[in-house]
Design a protein around this ligand. Structure first.
Ligand SMILES: O=c1ccn([C@@H]2O[C@H](COP(=O)(O)OP(=O)(O)O[C@H]3O[C@H](CO)[C@@H](O)[C@H](O)[C@H]3O)[C@@H](O)[C@H]2O)c(=O)[nH]1
Length: 481
């Protein structure tokens, strides 16, 4: 087979937090092996879409193939997890058609596109598409865009199923160093009678049918990866991270932000950004604003408004006056900048950034570790509480904000995606920001060290570099059979 070209077909879900790191995986694979190419299937849904930067169109060895428009299945009243999963299930015939007809047209003259299909790499919400790989007689692999700790939890989910939803207040999960309080689990795992739980269990079971799981983590951060594989009956896990959004983004409004950062002293700015789906209601926005103002630190705040329709992402405000406390923008004009969507990774690289307040999406964690910027993890949705547990409590690589006792029942947070629904008061915000920005803290020292480890691990000789090589070796070996 070595004399031939091999092609992998990737099926990412069109959410930025899943998509961009998968594109980085494709880039690393084709750069590593000249006989490997990747076709990335793209599509839009009403609830999610990813704008490909123009530079993505010219990545050598990688092509993007847009699936024709597909009407979604009925999604009324379903959870976010079910929404993604049902859509993937619905895509199966379209994916199969796209794969079986993909070599037509003007690409045939390019030898890379007359290659043999080596396998499918599926997002973890796409395990229903394993059926397509089976029908085509090729292996399926899962790409896991979050950390190994959460992956370990999912791999163990079938075994933990009977303990969930019962009286247990903590769980022993092999991928965590200490027992994890059930209160730290994403809410989807506490509502066993709901469709979201059904789908997560479905995916967890189907992981075992794959030839391997590629995870966006690295052994220098999560050393228990080898154990994870040996303790549960599962296919090989390839930790190849950090995979990062390295496509140059071409979004508007960036110049203003970058110029403002250029004028700030080194390490002086706290940057707040809450992922692709994080947005707070007015009450919480006010508490953050007052907390920031009273902390005395300079700040850059990506502030977005919650969606009016379930499953849609937040949008940028047209005017901040209605949402921020009266006079806030004037009072903080010398010290702060409030913006909408921001070029997060580029910002984290900027020398003026001294700390990062984030919802704790895994990509945000990887980006801040890469840049050596301490993170304050403020979980909002998905698996972010578990990420906080791993990063702050297990590893001491971040700080956290403690919630107040006052339960807002999720009303004021007004995020369709809130996980907990507690209002965090201004005093707590102030204290947490001060702890984050402490120039001499142990957390800052450890994060700087981890930044070095991140860079070493993807270089020749590093563990993620080796793991990627192992994946390619195993892939070509599977083609010989
Ligand atoms: O204003 C913004 C907001 C986000 N980003 C980028 O968008 C990505 C966001 O990814 P992530 O931090 O992982 O957050 P989510 O978008 O919320 O990602 C989803 O997917 C992740 C991977 O599975 C999970 O860890 C999260 O919990 C889940 O919500 C990152 O690359 C950010 O740099 C920006 O560039 N600008």
């Amino acid at each position: 087979m070595d004399s031939k070209f091999a092609e992998l077909v990737f099926l990412p879900v069109p959410e930025i937090g899943h998509f961009l790191s998968m594109v980085d995986l494709a880039k690393r694979l084709v750069n590593r092996h000249h006989r490997l190419s990747v076709t990335i299937l793209t599509y839009s849904t009403f609830f999610a879409t990813v704008q490909l930067p123009s530079s993505a169109a010219s990545l050598p060895g990688i092509r993007f193939l847009n699936l024709p428009h597909v009407d979604p299945p009925p999604l009324q009243g379903v959870s976010g997890e079910a929404c993604q999963s049902l859509f993937q299930q619905h895509l199966k015939p379209h994916v199969k058609h796209a794969i079986t007809t993909r070599h037509g047209g003007d690409t045939e003259s390019d030898p890379k596109y007359s290659s043999r299909l080596a396998g499918l790499v599926l997002d973890f919400f796409s395990t229903a598409v394993i059926d397509v790989a089976d029908e085509l007689g090729v292996p399926a692999y899962v790409y896991f865009p979050s950390g190994a700790a959460f992956l370990g939890f999912l791999l163990n989910l079938p075994a933990l199923d009977s303990q969930l939803g019962g009286l247990a207040t903590e769980l022993t999960i092999p991928s965590f160093f200490e027992p994890v309080p059930t209160s730290e689990l994403p809410s989807v795992f506490l509502e066993k009678d709901q469709d979201g739980y059904h789908w997560m269990l479905y995916h967890a079971r189907r992981f075992r049918e794959t030839k391997g799981i590629i995870v966006n983590s690295f052994t220098g951060l999560e050393p228990g990866l080898a154990d994870l594989v040996s303790k549960v009956d599962c296919p090989p896990v390839y930790p190849v991270g950090p995979l990062l959004d390295q496509i140059e983004a071409d979004r508007s409004g960036e110049d203003r932000i970058m110029k403002w950062l250029d004028d700030q002293p080194v390490g002086s700015v706290v940057f707040l950004c809450f992922g692709s789906r994080g947005a707070f209601g007015v009450g919480q926005v006010h508490e953050i604003a007052h907390g920031l103002e009273h902390s005395g630190y300079r700040f850059l705040w990506s502030l977005r408004q919650p969606p009016r329709v379930k499953h849609l992402p937040p949008s940028d405000h047209t005017n901040f006056d209605g949402v921020l406390p009266e006079g806030f923008l004037d009072r903080t004009a010398e010290k702060g900048l409030v913006c909408g969507w921001a070029p997060q990774f580029k910002i984290l690289y900027h020398p003026s950034i001294g700390g990062f307040v984030s919802h704790g999406g895994w990509n945000s964690i990887m980006e801040s570790l890469w840049c050596g910027v301490p993170i304050l993890v403020w979980p909002i949705y998905a698996e972010q509480k578990l990420n906080r547990y791993r990063i702050v409590r297990d590893l001491g690589l971040g700080v956290e904000v403690t919630e107040n006792d006052e339960d807002m029942n999720g009303r004021d947070l007004l995020m369709a995606y809130t996980d907990g629904g507690h209002l965090v008061k201004r005093e707590k915000v102030k204290v947490a920001v001060k702890a984050l920005m402490d120039g001499e803290s142990e957390v800052r020292r450890k994060v700087k060290q981890m930044s070095e480890t991140c860079r070493e691990t993807v270089r020749d000789g590093g563990s993620s570099f080796a793991s990627l090589g192992q994946f390619i070796t195993d892939l070509f070996a599977s083609m010989k059979k």
